[in-house]
Design a protein around this ligand. Sequence first.
Ligand SMILES: *Cc1c(COP(=O)(O)O)cnc(C)c1O
Ligand code: SF4
Length: 349
Amino acid sequence: MEQWQRILQKSITTFDDLRQHLDCDNTALREVIANFPMRINPYFLKLLKKPGDPLWKQAVPDENEILDTVCIKDPLAEEDLSPVPNLVHKYPDRVLFLVSNQCAMYCRFCTRKRKVGTDRMVINGATLEAGYEYLRQHADVREVLLSGGDPLLLQDKEIEKILSQLHAIPSIEVIRIGTRIPSVLPMRITENLVTILKRYHPLYINTHFNHPREITKEAVLACNMLADGGIPIGCQTVLLKGINDNPEVLRTLFLSLLKMRVKPYYLFQADLTSGTNHFRTSTKKGIALMRDLYGHISGMAVPTFALDSPGGKGKIPLTPQYIIETGNSLKFNNYLGEVCTYPEAGEGI
Ligand SMILES: *Cc1c(COP(=O)(O)O)cnc(C)c1O
Ligand code: SF4
């Protein structure tokens, strides 16, 4: 067994483990865990400081998860948009392919909370083969996003098998892996894994960091190994109430990501996922946070603030409104709030 597997094996997964390690004696959490699985591995456990801290809130179950009466199970209609199980075909040229039902930690705000880590998510040789077959038949799909669960929690051999199957389909031009491994179990990024991933370029990784405290020396090492393998790394952060809905926290997070060669890609408005209502912020707040970033820090460090439309209607960018007036010239505010104008083509200057 590899080191990362031994670490994972020592995870906190039951209410009794939780009570023992984290002094949580709210018995309602027993029911929370029965509904939504928990896994706090020893690496992430060490990063938790006290109840309510930004990392704690991401990992430790909360009674609010079973009190949520507002949100819905499958807000992005992924099940309706799956022509074969575990393959979501929403956009014309790219698909989301779920290849693992396990994660190194079960984020309490997970958008696929309805099934990740449970037997409601069935992935096996037959579902994978059905996915490959669908992709062989649909040459308009040029990019496959592997997700789950976390694809990098599979064994090296399984990862290699999936990548080689996809690589052999001529219409697939790019493979993208969505993984939270660099922030929740960075020691899973091994030399052997990087050697495998490198064989399937162009291969992109989109990872997931939500708070600067997740950027440990182990996380930096993992991202360096991937970047040295020639793998471009993006980050998909989720905007979470009481965790990172703060200008200083976001600025530090995005600048720190950039320093370890991870390009902030999306900042997501929270989905309407059942059990996660207590993490939602207003879109107005998110847009105001973006205004504090644009121009003030490197454009390389600024992600797109995105809302994934309910019902599977696709992502849209939510951007601060800089335009004041259109017409013969464009009147707008710059990042400092100063009023500027730009004459349109054909107009006098
Ligand atoms: C988010 C998403 C994608 C990828 O969208 P990008 O904007 O290219 O990152 C693809 N398929 C599904 C179903 C998605 O939810
Ligand atoms: S790592 Fe991703 S898929 Fe897994 S629990 Fe967290 S948000 Fe969900």
